[in-house]
Design a protein around this ligand. Structure first.
Ligand code: ADP
Ligand code: MG
Length: 714
């Protein structure tokens, strides 16, 4: 069968397909939520009291788990999982890709007498040893010492999907070095807790529970009919279209955002949400997004570690359920040129059970002062480590989205909103103005203005925006793990809070009151970090110039951004707070750079292959048809000239691209630079010729599903 008939056949099938009515969620939400999770409640019911108490201490206070407890837990966990239909267990881990990894083992062990017993020991629960030599490790692990260990993360509960019990784990080398994203996430959480607690103590709180970060990731994604997906090698292998002319109708009517959700998609969403709820993932919001075929799902926020695990599992389930519904789910940052790409806005705050959310302005001036100190800490962190935050969201994929029309630019700045900016401006001047009397007064804590809970206006153009009781990191890409950005944020904030706590402690130690000390520190911070606050239009050209004047980095691509992981400031930051050793950090830099190179190389090879074997042949066939008709048709003759022109351009473009791919680089960094500077532009020029041909070649000869066909779901 030729490509032509596959494409046309898919269209015909879709046209005649009856949309199955969606299966309503009939279970009560209470029964459904977490029904496949070995939750605390489940453990409480299944475990002896002393074992449960001991486990809870480990979960809440990080105390070491003893072997007897682990055995009892493992046995209860296995029984629970088998009752849910599980036959296997898998340590789930989060390697340095954007994906999850899992190795399944059966509970069954032969009993030596021709039978078998089901077993699961504490040892197997606590530690796994996946044959993991083919995970990226950036030189930390030689293949000769390929051993990697997975270690049970007691703070993230196990769950069952289909016939497998999944156990979230950290993944480390035999030397104890982190090979994953969970290990440093947990470490950065500890660092943040320690420093935030110091500040809370200064505010006189006596009972202070563990401070943790909270994250609520809003996930944008595209759905594409699987029949089209399967005949697009670019979508299959790169997750994005490398060819495709802009359709006559895209998103210009602005009628899609929050528009009615197509029936087929609702069926998918309902099904997906049911599966997520069973896993204890609190899916809450769903809507149409700006681009055709684009949607969003957002859960209720959770602790950063849980949110990161749940977000990874959400992406797995999104893909899995899509296939059941005849779709392919794309989380790529820019699957289609010319329409919006997909981000993952990470809403971020931190707090505890005794003092609540540290980024909530609260109701009283005293709470306001505490809020301002923590808020200033975040601003300092973002200002001092903007380069790191940029690097934490860098990928070949996100490069296509950042700075385009739908996403913040690569400049990391903070949006505070009018009201909060005004407060910081007043602090800068060393005195808070009473907005009613307009008189200048001391910023004694008692006289700080009362802040409203809702910061008012939104700013969609800012990469890092305050939204009333949290910050929203909007530059994170749709396909990325949120762990990387969370690690960077938590560590940078820990450092800022450490600095602030040190200043306050010294000032109080020298006999100054808490109020005066806070005043002084806030004024100093407001001045030192004013440059990172920007409330204007982040999409504008003026901002690029202004940001440069302010000394803010504008790292447009991954190749520009990744070296930020190698700066002395970043190395010191991660080392000082025991989040990543210099070796661990370097391995990450190397892996991410290598990943960039591999990604662009795959795409470039796809462009060559598709150009040569799919698009050029279509052009040549059409040229032949036109050639035959030219004798009797002026239109054919004219068209032949046009088609031939672009076909030649395509051909020579492909030749240049192939030549550029033959280039030998001395190391990964120069290869990355070569790809960015030479290869990516050549890919675009090949695409230009191909997309022009798409506008000329007879529809029945065009071999690839078009944007029109893929984007509009009916
Ligand atoms: P938006 O108006 O930006 O769509 P939503 O109310 O839909 O905002 O919330 C977006 C995400 O922010 C959700 O995941 C939500 O749970 C999360 N969120 C809300 N409050 C906080 C908070 N204090 N800390 C972290 N995330 C939060
Ligand atoms: Mg939002």
């Amino acid at each position: 069968m030729t490509g032509i008939s596959v494409r046309k056949q898919a269209v015909a099938e879709i046209a005649s397909q009856a949309v199955a009515p969606f299966a309503k969620i009939t279970e009560s939400p209470d029964d459904l939520f977490g029904s496949n999770v070995f939750s605390l409640a489940e453990m409480k019911a299944k475990l002896p009291k002393d074992v449960f108490r001991s486990l809870k201490k480990t979960i809440e206070k990080g105390e070491v788990l003893n072997a007897a407890v682990a055995d009892t837990v493992a046995s209860a966990m296995r029984e629970w999982a088998m009752a849910k239909g599980a036959t296997h267990y898998a340590h789930l881990f989060y390697p340095l890709t954007s994906a999850t990894a899992e190795k399944h083992d059966s509970f069954i062990t032969p009993d030596g007498e021709g039978g078998a017993v089901s077993e699961f020991s504490g040892k197997l629960l606590i530690q796994g040893e996946p044959d993991a030599s083919s995970f990226p490790n950036g030189g930390i692990r030689q293949t000769s010492e390929a051993r990697g260990y997975t270690a049970w993360d007691v703070t993230s509960p196990a769950f069952v999907i289909d016939s497998t019990l999944y156990i979230p784990t950290a993944f480390v080398s035999w030397t104890g070095e982190a090979l994953d994203k969970k290990t440093p996430l947990l470490r950065s959480q500890q660092a943040l807790n320690r420093q935030a607690t110091r500040i809370l103590k200064l505010f006189g709180h006596e009972e202070i529970a563990n401070v943790v970060a909270f994250a609520g990731p809003e996930q944008e994604y595209f759905l594409v009919d699987r029949r089209f997906f399967m005949s697009r090698p670019d979508l299959l292998s790169a997750g994005r279209t490398l060819f495709g002319a802009k359709p006559p109708r895209g998103q210009e009517f602005e009628d899609l955002y929050f528009g009615q959700i197509p029936e087929r998609v609702i069926a998918y969403m309902v099904d997906l949400e049911r599966e997520l709820l069973k896993l204890g993932i609190p899916a809450k919001t769903r809507h149409n997004e700006v681009a055709p075929g684009q949607f969003e799902i957002a859960p209720v926020f959770e602790s950063a570690n849980m949110a990161a695990d749940h977000q990874q599992m959400s992406m797995v389930m999104m893909r899995k359920l899509a296939i059941r519904h005849g779709f392919e789910c794309l989380t790529h940052e820019k699957p289609f040129a010319g329409v919006n790409g997909s981000g993952k806005h990470v809403n971020f705050s931190f707090g505890n059970s005794t003092q609540g959310n540290m980024l909530d302005p609260g109701d009283t001036p005293h709470e306001n002062a505490q809020f301002l100190v923590f808020c200033a800490g975040v601003i300092r962190a973002v200002h001092k480590h903007g380069g790191l935050l940029r690097a934490a969201i860098a990928s070949a994929q996100n490069d296509h989205r950042l700075g385009a029309n739908e996403a913040p630019p690569a400049i990391i700045s903070v949006f505070l909103g009018e009201q909060l900016s005004d407060v910081f401006d007043q602090l800068k001047a060393g005195g808070a103005k009473n907005s009613k009397s307009k008189g200048i007064m001391e910023i004694g804590v008692d006289t700080l203005p009362k802040l409203p809970k809702d910061a008012g206006d939104r700013n969609r153009t800012s990469p890092f925006a305050f939204t009333g009781n949290r910050f929203e990191f909007r530059a994170v890409g749709g396909g990325q793990s949120i762990a990387g950005p969370l690690i960077a944020l938590q560590t940078a904030i820990a450092e800022a809070l450490d600095y602030i706590a040190g200043k306050l402690e010294a000032s109080i130690g020298s006999g100054k009151t808490l109020n005066v000390s806070i005043q002084t520190v806030l004024t100093e911070l407001a001045n030192e970090h004013a440059a990172v606050v920007f409330n204007g239009n982040g999409y504008s050209e003026e901002w690029h110039q202004e940001a440069e004047k302010r000394g803010l980095l504008n790292l447009k691509t991954t190749v520009d951004a990744l070296p930020q992981l190698n700066t002395p400031e970043t190395i010191k930051l991660f080392d000082k707070y025991n989040v990543l050793t210099p070796r661990e950090l370097k391995s990450r830099h190397d892996i991410y750079l290598e990943t960039y190179v591999k990604q662009v190389l795959v795409e470039a090879k796809l462009v060559v292959k598709m150009g040569k074997t799919i698009i050029l042949p279509a052009a040549i066939r059409y040229q032949a048809e036109l050639g035959a008709a030219s004798a009797s048709s002026n239109a054919a003759k004219k068209l032949l000239g046009e088609v031939s022109g672009y076909a030649d351009k395509l051909d020579s473009g492909l030749a240049s691209l192939e030549k550029a791919l033959g280039h030998e680089s001395s190391d990964v960094a120069s290869e990355a630079k070569h790809l960015k500077e030479e290869v990516l532009p050549l890919m675009l020029s090949v695409r230009g010729a191909a997309d022009a041909l798409e506008g000329l070649i007879a529809d029945d000869l065009w071999p690839l599903p078009t944007y029109q066909e893929m984007l509009f779901i009916r």
